[in-house]
Ligand binder design. Structure first.
Ligand SMILES: [Mg+2]
Length: 278
């Protein structure tokens, strides 16, 4: 797919993705809004600038793989895939409906193109990403693996087993992105289970650590276009706000797993419009 070079165009895409997330959740009547909104910029930059992929040929063998480890934010993945043309945008309104290909958590057996992993159980995606990156290395293939994680998810022990193996096998074709919004379903990460000092933990596990504002398209492009550090997997700690783009709910963990009513959705879309005109 052609990369979008114009930052303004990327911002316009991220606005559409946020709007589609709100509308699809309002249509479903349930789902995970906060993280989906906070990740809109990361998914825009990945799908429209960074990933080597082809929506017309979703199983192209040389594609970069995007592993969404936090399956509950499926709405942002679906909106990003639709924005690339993997399936018609109208289908986003079937989210969580009986028989829909867009279930509450992504499933590879639902027939939706572009889904690399059935996900939802937290902590598993990094192990899958490590396996894929090892496979690419074994084949001498040029494709990369990107995995997206929550900060609350890093409390899962399996993450750190995978982290250890990624550096052991020198997987410099693996890029993990941590959605560092300091929130999880039941509160602030610092009160549920502190994960700091986070950068030092990844460094101690042998990773190349980068930081950025995960709600800045400019910073995301810059950090994701950095060349790989030979022999080391990379983690990007991307600071975001849960609910970013909708000022009245931003940084409020109570919107982790809640959908807006139709009336709230109308208000939220007004707030998204003003977020982009500020
Ligand atoms: Mg979080």
């Amino acid at each position: 797919m052609q990369n979008v070079n114009d930052i303004r165009q990327l911002k316009a895409i991220s606005k559409d993705i946020r709007t589609d997330v709100v509308n699809s959740l309002a249509s479903a009547g349930s789902g995970h809004l906060g993280g989906s909104l906070g990740l809109a910029d990361i998914f825009t930059v990945l799908y429209h600038r960074i990933l080597n992929h082809n929506p017309q040929e979703p199983n192209w063998v040389l594609r970069d793989r995007l592993i969404l480890s936090i399956g509950h934010v499926a709405p942002v993945l679906y909106a990003a895939l639709a924005s690339c043309g993997y399936f018609p945008k109208q289908e986003l309104l079937t989210l969580r409906k009986l028989g829909s290909r867009l279930q509450g958590h992504p499933g590879r057996d639902h027939g939706l193109p572009g889904i690399e992993l059935s996900a939802g159980s937290l902590g598993q995606g990094l192990s899958v990403a490590v396996g894929m990156a090892l496979a690419a290395k074994a084949d001498g293939a040029p494709w990369r693996v990107f995995s997206v994680h929550g900060d609350g998810e890093l409390q899962e022990g399996a993450i750190w087993e995978a982290a250890m193996s990624a550096s052991h096998y020198n997987l410099d074709n693996l890029i993990a992105i941590v959605d560092r919004n300091y929130c999880q379903i039941d509160g602030r990460t610092s009160s549920v289970m502190e994960i700091e000092p986070l950068a030092q933990k990844w460094e101690a596990f042998g990773w190349d650590v980068k930081h950025c504002n995960g709600n800045s398209i400019e910073q995301l492009v810059e950090v994701m276009e950095l060349p790989a550090t030979k022999g080391k997997p990379r983690v990007i700690i991307a600071k975001t706000l849960m609910g970013q783009g909708v000022a009245s709910i931003a940084d409020d963990y109570r919107w982790h797993g809640k959908a807006p009513s139709q009336q709230e959705a109308t208000q939220f879309i007004t707030e998204i419009n003003s977020y982009y005109t500020e």
